[in-house]
Design a protein around this ligand. Sequence first.
Ligand code: BMA
Length: 329
Amino acid sequence: MSGLKIMGSPLPNIPWEERPAGCDKPLWRYSANPIIPRDLLPDSNSIFNSAVVPFGKGFAGVFRCDDTNRRMTLHAGFSDDGFKWRIEKEPIRFEGGADEWIYGYDPRVCMIEGSYYVTWCNGYHGPTIGLARTEDFRTFRQMENAFLPYNRNGVLFPRRIGGRYAMLSRPSDTGHTAFGDIFYSESPDLEFWGRHRHVMSPAPFETSAWQCMKVGAGPVPIETSEGWLIFHHGVLHSCNGYVYSFGSALLDLDRPWKVVARSGPYLLSPQALYECVGDVPNVTFPCAALHDPESGRIAIYYGCADTVTSLAFGYVEEIVEFTKKTSIV
Ligand code: BMA
């Protein structure tokens, strides 16, 4: 497919490893996965479901670190190459939050108009979407929660759409939610959210079983001339528990609640040992994607078995093609 336009700033230093010989899949795992071990910090039980962005000459991110009390905390981290990470020992102390910190998990980071915004699942009488702004990954200014409880997987778009900020989210319950649709919401100021639109339900079991119980948005959407490319996780309820895989979809550029295409097959499902074995077996959970519009390369950061963090690689163009070719829409 020639002529696909991919928006975004050039990222020639994107972490990258060539497709292994004999692999014909649109996404492949980094050969030295996982890149972040569970015990990188002296008191971390696990480091997973984390988000990174280009920052300065390298990269910065917000990491989900569950400590050995099994408290869910968020930590800033920095990297020169996107592979080796220095994660701060102390959790982020958000400034200006309306309420005391209870817990935070599954962060996403999105650059909009030169500032970095963190969204995460924030404990406030149950899970909802927390929001904070940072310029330097040292000071984080907490804003109002975007929604009422219960909600998870809040993911911002990297630019305004129709003049408004935009976010995907997934209303949930207080537990290990056995349902889940993706919704779209808009805001004039990143504080008041409304104009909620339905985007995507789980797929029928007979059509695409890996995403038949619940779905949730993953990394920040990537703008292409074929639509917003998103990676969404999907859940299958097997006789052995939940299985988290992820696939891709294209959303209409101006009306992102319209799904243009959605992959029937998954892009990646728990198959490597570190994805199948850990605190929660059989989980692959993407929270960030770096991309270089010039080479079309993409690097996806995903949590594995709720324990460690890994990298997978592909080309935007091939994934767009795969999404269209296998679409169940
Ligand atoms: C979800 C979230 C994720 C986690 C997943 C699998 O509900 O809690 O953080 O990776 O379950 O346990």
